[in-house]
Design a protein around this ligand. Sequence first.
Ligand code: PRP
Ligand code: URA
Length: 209
Amino acid sequence: MSKVTRFDHPLVQHKISKIRDKNTTTKSFRELVEEIAMLMVYEATRDLKLEEVEVETPICTTKTKVLAGRSIGIIPILRAGLGMVNGILNLVPNAKVGHIGLYRDPETFQPVEYYCKLPVDATERELYVIDPMLATGGSAIDAISSLKKRGVKHIKFLCLIAAPEGIEALQEAHPDVDIFVASVDERLDGHKYIIPGLGDAGDRLFGTK
Ligand code: PRP
Ligand code: URA
């Protein structure tokens, strides 16, 4: 079963409270989503491999460590995942970015894929699939299945707010994918919105409602 990492850090919790607030402006919402994503990726990259190298300081030669091993790719689920990209790139500037376009059918709540473009070397990278919201889990499950169909093996999923139902569904569908989530909320409502949540993440990021 995959691991679920929650973030109880005060800075993350404070910023999550701000994005829940319906009075938070689009500008602040965007900035906060980026900041939370940056704080989360600090933890999500904890298991990156290091190798020892020798460097010359102005004083002497020393052995020290630098990143080695698998490079990272960031895969935002369109649209709302886009809001997390720059925050992650702040800490992992050499990551490549691919895109998966999915929307949730408003009647059936099922995800519909309309776009997929990945880095050419996606199968050699560790891919971080990102989306602020994990509600039923349908979008994340389909996005990850789509990557696996294209040969990707190393995947993590990062979201800001999740419903327990979404976490359970994602763990069941993809037990090899670790989940990083800033806040696990109470439940889904009849329209499959997260309660208390923050509303529609895409609309709040892009000011479309
Ligand atoms: C939202 C959100 C997730 C999805 C979560 O996107 O950004 O992708 O819903 O719901 P699920 O876990 O039940 O699949 P939406 O479909 O509203 O598309 P948008 O980002 O284009 O607004
Ligand atoms: N998508 C959102 O943007 N918000 C929710 O609460 C559920 C799905």
